[in-house]
Design a binder for this molecule. Structure first.
Ligand code: HDD
Length: 700
């Protein structure tokens, strides 16, 4: 599929951004937001005659304090930053919609889940956790997956991650977890990395983290694209129907493009080649009309079923295996519009798990309960005012009214004298109704007050083992190697040893592989455990390889060319790749392009040194003999093929390109094909050449 060039966004008001007349001067506000005034003005609307020179006593004299234009411009600039999110500071977002395809009327009154065909506007922000707002897109990290549905009954924020379990069981431990993973406080590094002592020290002393840590060391934590990750609401929530009956629910997002991840060396190199790789990938896909899409699926279960599970579903370190409670697909999410303004939308969007419409309710998961407090609280310091809900990106798209008033940056102009309830003075003032939000009437108070962890939360290893043993051999090797990499960055020997002690409780073979990879002086003893791991049935949906789709849709192919390249061969590779759904970019030594065999000039989409093969899923080299000899001496060209090969990608090369393959030490295999064999190339490009890996590097 050909990609359209990204274009500037229209600033015109749209159906999504109706004029807000509650403020009493809607049109003027739109005018401000759209910047449609014919000439530059100050913030007070005073037209400017000069926005480039400050007011001086004489051409070379001092600047005057009187200069309100200068003062306003600089003062505003000085205050342009707000505190970044304490976690999930780095994120990318897009507008879109949710369409319900299967009604859950039996289980809930929430209209967004009962009205089939209804399209609900939404805003989705996907983030890394540990790094700052300016950090790289591709560290090993969990990805946040936060969706704000603007439902007709108020906003619903489903604030999840791309991994279905969490590090801790109680919100009380969250500040410690985050302090431990963020850069160390005395030295200010490492940025956006878990591979350091404080993180692993904390993890080694937190057995409940062993399940999530298996996921975090898997390739799920180094995704190829934000369009190719799953999302999970993680906690059990409740659905409540019109009779007040409750059913537990877990939410799952499943990407239409399937799952795909980087290999570790690739993720590291992408970080250098394009620190904004995931943001750019999402932007380019949306601008080209290749809208990313996810299915929303649910796992529904009753209290009676939950009582029979071999784990506690209120424990956020546990999944409910799909084999136990199958997934039901109920709708789809499409992201189809990039925000107009990064700060106003992506930065100012404020998600709170406590934002739910009637018919959706919380469970007693102690992690969720703490979150219900934390998010509202953090918005107050991040956005500076209890009126943050009035910002356009946060405001519900349904009417909202109550007697809350005033506060910093109040942007509404409430009318009338009644700002309290009850009141007889204004009979028309809004009242609470029977159909409003009701908490599920759960019987409570079955024990005595205390800082207690339920015994049913004590099994920390069974699901960690189930996850590891459910992986393919390739994936297990990647997990073991990730542990070796991370723990190699840990300077404290006893922390490394403690982690091996935990891995012994998960899987002895894994523990040996990691201990060997670290060359530990001796094999550490197993950690003591409250509950020994119990073998669980294998669960293939836990794999990534099993969920990779045999497709080029949404993927990218790079074609390296030079002067004299065969024009027909380039056309053939491009056509085959585009027909299979890939986007194609031409890479050249110089950005001006190359003169092809037919005498025509071919422009380039990227210069070779700045467009390495890590930004593609497969590469083709179409080169004349002379060009092949020339590029065989060009490090960037040799790295282009060496990395593509090392990252298990398909390579198509014509006769001229063989010199570059030779210089890169490329050995022929099923994924290295002749450029004329376009069908063979496309077949190989749809997957990774897993069998190649063992010949390339020593995995733990
Ligand atoms: Fe959190 C942000 C996801 C536990 C406290 N969290 C934040 C975001 C995501 C998550 C996706 C970014 C939202 C955005 O894009 O603006 N957090 C999770 C998940 C958790 C979780 C899936 C466990 C299942 N979080 C969690 C706990 C606490 C917090 C236990 C505190 C007790 N999280 C926050 C926060 C943040 C946040 C400090 C930072 C910025 C923000 O809220 O708006 O309040």
């Amino acid at each position: 599929m050909a990609t359209k060039k990204p274009s500037a966004q229209s600033a015109k008001p749209s159906a999504d951004r109706p004029v807000d007349d509650r403020r009493g001067h809607g049109d003027e506000l739109q005018q401000m937001a759209g910047g449609r005034h014919p000439s530059l003005t100050t913030n007070q609307g005073v037209p400017l005659s000069d926005n480039q020179n400050s007011l001086r006593t004489s051409p070379r004299g001092p600047t005057l304090l009187e200069d309100f234009v200068l003062r306003e411009k600089i003062t505003h600039f000085d205050h342009e930053r707000i505190p970044e999110r304490i976690v999930h500071a780095r994120g990318s977002a897009a507008h879109g919609y949710f369409e319900l395809t299967k009604s859950l009327k039996k289980y809930t009154t929430a209209k967004i889940l009962t009205e089939v065909g209804e399209k609900t506007p939404l805003f989705t922000r996907i983030s890394t956790v540990a790094g700052g707002a300016g950090s790289i897109d591709t560290p090993r990290d969990i990805r946040g997956f936060a969706v704000k549905f603007y439902t007709k009954e108020g906003n619903w924020d489903l604030v999840g991650n791309n991994i279905p379990v969490f590090f801790i069981q109680d919100a009380m431990k969250f500040p410690d977890l985050v302090h431990a993973v963020k850069m160390e406080p005395d030295r200010g590094f490492p940025q956006a990395a878990s591979a350091h002592d404080t993180f692993w020290d904390f993890i080694s002393l937190t057995p409940e983290a062993m399940h999530v840590i298996m996921w975090a060391m898997s390739d799920r934590a180094i995704p190829r694209s934000l369009r190719m990750i799953e999302g999970f609401g993680i906690h059990s929530f409740r659905l409540v129907n019109e009779n007040g009956d409750s059913t537990f629910v877990k939410f799952h997002w499943r990407p239409k493009l399937g799952l795909q991840s980087h290999v570790w060396d690739e993720a590291v190199k992408v970080a250098g080649a394009d620190p904004d790789y995931h943001r750019r990938d999402l932007f380019e896909a949306i601008q080209a009309g290749n809208f990313p899409e996810w299915e929303l699926a649910v796992q529904l279960f009753t209290q009676a079923q939950a009582d029979g599970f071999p784990f506690d579903h209120l424990d956020a370190t546990k999944i409910i295996p799909e084999e136990l409670v199958p997934l039901t697909v109920i709708g789809r999410m499409v992201l189809n519009r990039w925000p107009d303004n990064f700060f106003a939308e992506t930065e100012q969007v404020a998600f709170c798990p406590s934002h739910v419409p009637p018919g959706i309710d919380f469970s007693n998961d102690p992690l969720l309960q703490g979150r219900l407090f934390s998010y509202l609280d953090t918005q107050l310091s991040r956005l500076g005012s209890p009126n943050f809900h009035q910002l356009p990106i946060n405001a519900p798209k349904c009417p909202f009214v109550n007697q809350q008033r005033d506060g910093h940056m109040q942007m509404e102009v409430p009318k009338g004298r009644v700002n309290y309830e009850p009141s007889s003075l204004d009979p028309a003032s809004a009242r609470a109704t029977n159909t409003g939000f009701r908490s599920f009437a759960e019987p409570a108070g079955d024990g005595s007050k205390g800082r207690i962890r339920a015994e049913s939360f004590a099994d920390h290893y069974s699901q960690a083992r189930q996850f590891y043993r459910s992986q393919t051999g390739f994936e297990q090797a990647h997990i073991a190697s990730a542990f070796v990499f991370e723990l190699s960055k840990v300077e404290t020997l006893h922390v490394r040893e403690a982690m091996i002690g935990h891995l012994r409780n998960v899987d002895e073979d894994l523990a040996h592989r990691v201990a060997d990879g670290l060359a530990l002086p001796s094999f550490p003893p197993a950690q003591s455990k409250a509950v020994p791991a119990k073998d669980q049935p294998m669960s293939p949906p836990l794999q990534i390889i099993g969920k990779m789709k045999d497709t080029l849709k949404g993927r990218a192919v790079g074609i390296l060319i030079h002067d004299g390249s065969d024009a027909a061969a380039i056309r053939a590779v491009r056509k085959a790749a585009e027909s299979a759904g890939a986007s194609v970019k031409i890479v050249c030594l110089k950005v001006g392009g190359a003169k092809l065999s037919d005498g025509k000039q071919q422009s380039a989409d990227g210069q070779l040194a700045g467009t390495p093969s890590v930004v593609f899923d497969a590469v083709a080299l179409v080169l004349s003999d002379d060009a092949g000899k020339l590029l065989a001496k060009e490090a960037a060209a040799v790295d282009f093929v060496r990395d593509a090969f090392g990252h298990l990608k398909a390579i198509a090369a014509d006769a001229g390109a063989q010199a570059v393959l030779k210089a890169g030490g490329i050995r022929k295999d099923a994924g290295v094909v002749d450029a004329s064999d376009t069908a063979g190339f496309i077949k190989a490009a749809k997957t990774r050449q897993w069998a190649r890996e063992a010949k390339l590097r020593t995995l733990a």
